[in-house]
Design a protein around this ligand. Sequence first.
Ligand code: NI
Length: 168
Amino acid sequence: MSILPIITIPDPVLRKISEPVERVDAQTLRLMDDMLETMYAAPGVGLAAIQVGVPRRVVVIDTSEEDEEKSPLCLINPEIVGLGQKTRLYEEGCLSIPDVRVEIERPEMVTIRYIDREGQLQELSADGLLATAIQHELDHLDGQLIIDFLSRLKRDMIIRKFKKAKRE
Ligand code: NI
């Protein structure tokens, strides 16, 4: 396994729409292992393949607490099939936008369908932090970022700051 470099804004790669995975082969498994290692090292609770430059619909998530056993979740071609009525407000961060937090209101419960590491179709219902993380990571697969929830003015300010930092 290896730690991969994480792409940060304003790299246009992050805006790409990721393509579905056609079959779960050794390359896909390797990618997910590397993504997990990269996510744990960062550290973060979720990572989408596009954040390491791979435009495939692959996501890894682990919302377990530091003192708990790891519970990695690998989602291939995940799709939302149900959203709860109630919403939850949470200050989200993103490994592609270091040191920025955005308060976002999303449905508190989500049901998804996805392919697991064994190539099996699975359904999962989640709430709380896991539901938030799932929705955040699925947004990445469609090129959507947490700064898109901000006003244009605030978003442009953050993008300018990152552009400037990259020049320096
Ligand atoms: Ni993110």
